[in-house]
Design a protein around this ligand. Sequence first.
Ligand code: ZN
Length: 400
Amino acid sequence: MRTSLRPIVAVLTGAAILCGLTWLAASAAVAAVVGPSLPVALAAGMPTVLTLGADQPDLAYGGSRTLTGRLTDPASGSGVAGAPVRLETRSVDGAWVEVALVTTDAGGGVSITQTPTATTTYRLHHGDPGTPDESTSPEVIVSVHPALTAALSQAAVRARRPVTVTGAIVPAEPDVALDLERSTGGTWQRVTGTRTAADGSYSLTAAPAAPGSWSLRVVRALPDAGVPRAGSAVDLPRLEVFRLHRYSVTTRGTIRADMDAFRAAVAATYADARGWARAHHRFRAVEPSSGGAEFTVVLAQAQSLPTYSRVCSSMYSCRVGRYVIINQDRWRRGSPYFPGTLEQYRRMVVNHETGHWLGRGHAYCPGPGRSAPVMQQQSKGLHGCRVNPWPLPREVRSVS
Ligand SMILES: [Zn+2]
C-alpha cells in the first residue's frame, strides 16, 4: 500500500580529501546532516526519493575522496539505520556497476572512500531494481586531473650557477610543454621551459642571476593564455640565490690577540642568519696564498691603521679598498663610547667594516630608543640609539 509507506531519502555528498586524511571530516559531514530526529527502521517496500550534495573540487591523480551520503525517511527527516546501500559507478557503456556495499549507521549515514584513477561518476543505490523501495541518489562526478610534481635540486644556489627542477606528470603525458616561472612584483614571469619525455618526466635547468629569495613554480604552458586548469601548476619551495664572497684573514704589526679566536669570530659573524647573510651574501674563508680571496680581513696593531690610508685613525677600525681592517685595541677592549658587551662590539665592528666593503656608507641613529643601524659609527657613540650589531631590515634591503 503505497500511501501507508514512508518514502526514504538518501543524500550523497562528497567530502573533499586528498591522500586519505579525513575520516574525521567525513564523520563530521555525516553528523552535520543527521539532525535531531531519531533513526527509524527500514520497512520493506517503501517508495523512495534521493537528493545530492554539491560538486567538489577536482582531485589530483593518486588522491582520495570520501563520499558521504544518508538514507532518510522524508516524512520525518529521520535517518534509516542498518540499511544496505551500494556505491555505483557508471561504466563507459553507460551501465551502473557496484563498487562498494555498505550498511547505514545508526543515523542513516554512509561514508565510502574512493581513489579513482580517472574522472568517475558515482551514485548511491538502495533497494533492488524495480522494487517500490528502490532509490538512487543524484549523480556525483569526481573529476580527476593528472598530478604534476616538481622538486628543486637544492634549497640555495650561488648566483648564476645552475639549479635543476625535476618532476613528472602522472599518469604519464608525453610532450607536454612546461614552463618554470618566477614571481616578481606579484606577477609570474617565464624563466625557461621544456617538454615532458615519453614517461611523463621532465627536467628544467636555470641559472638565477639576481640574489634574493626566489618564488618559483612549474606550470603547464597555456597555448591560449587561458586560466590554468586544476593541477596545471605546482609551487616550489623558495630558492635562496646568494652571492658568495671568498675572504682571507691576515695581520699587520704586533698582534697579541688570539688569532684562532679572531678567525672563528669573523666566520661566525658572517655565517649568522642575522648578519649580511640576510641580504643574500655568503662568505667563505680561504688561505691568503690561494689568491682566490676577494677581500682581506686584517687584525691590525692600532698604530698601523694609518699605514693603510690617511683617513684611518689608530683609534678605530677602517676599510680601505679590499682591506677590512680591525683595530686590535678595539677588538680587545671595545670602545668606551659603546655601551654593549665586548662580543656585541666585535660582531658590530666586523659587520660595519664589511658593510663598507659591500658598498654601504654610513647611516645615522633614526631616533632615541631605536636600534642603531649597523652602519652607524657605534664605536663613537650611540646618540640615543640602542646597541645593535646586525644590519637593520632596511640596510638588508638596500644591499641586496
Ligand atoms: Zn664606517
